[in-house]
Design a protein around this ligand. Sequence first.
Ligand SMILES: [Zn+2]
Length: 392
Amino acid sequence: MTAVVREISVRAADEARAAGTTLIDVREQVEWDAGHIAGSLFIPRGVLAERIAAAVPDRDTPIVVYCRSGARSAIGTQQLQQLGYTNVVNMAGGILDWAANGLPIEAPATLTPAQQSRYSRHLLIPEVGTNGQAKLLDSKVLIVGAGGLGSPSALYLAAAGVGTLGIVDFDVVEASNLQRQVIHSTERLGHKKVDSARQTIEALNPDVRVITYDEMLLAGNVERLIAGYDVILDGTDTFETRYLLNDAAVIAGIPVVHASVFRFEGQLSTFVPYVGPCYRCLYPTPPPPELAPGCSVAGVLGVVPGIMGLLQANEVLKVVLGIGEPLVGRLLLFDALDGSFSELRLNRDPACPVCSDEAVAARERGAPLPLPVFADQPFALGALGGSMGGAR
Ligand SMILES: [Zn+2]
């Protein structure tokens, strides 16, 4: 028995789509990649029967099937009917007629042959693919500090094809940096870190536009420095800078991926403004310097910022791609000596001076931001029970 295949016009399909009906594109991958109807599901006709149950479990779901001209989708429609789908129609004329009627086709993400080759291992991952790689190439990530955390993260973000990398650092490369700041090199001792980082990144991946800021991040320039970035990677080593960065990022609505290191320990969290806690929710006030010595005082095993910096880069990629579970409201702790990771839940502080509802309302009334608090004020480490001071 052959079921009658119901057909609808492309106009009717467009109206159905606007009303929330599921469209299924049954063409082949190359055709889909060349352009498709936004929001439709992609299931090639050859695998329709085996994949439909997972994609559309409810067999009473209204479905419109389309292909190039309407022939393959007629077969697909019939197949779905035979599988018990009760409300399936074929889009007559296919995407050719759709385009001829001036209806929108999602612009395909395109990569050059060189990019297809460079990022081929990304393109093989369904969660990344061409569209994800195009997102990475369009993304703008600001790295604050070209030091122990910034070096490995900058290298891997550049390799991954993050299209714009901003780098803020006012220091020069010193011999004592090279034990962990792997983006620099012996021959660049005495060079500006931002220039050294730029040289390494440009040699690694010409797809990356590097914007350097040879300046210290301060209250007077932070707003300008972070403007326009999608994500900020905090590789700073002072509490003052972290608070400044946090406050400005919360106000600008930009996620910050934070890490810090101390000898054999590291910690990491992703602060998405108003979704999870911010840095001030975690540390309302900074510790006195003797409780939070920087690397130059306390020392750090070189691999620890390397590991934490790469975990930061991982968070950045997840945020840009919109995949996985970023460490929002979670503090990841790493102990290099026993090779262990542990995790603490973090909550938003309802009294946070920056991200609480009250603080937002106060800003809307024109109240000034809290000043960054400095080391003479008391510090509450709370449950963390350790000190994570200098980060580079
Ligand atoms: Zn907060």
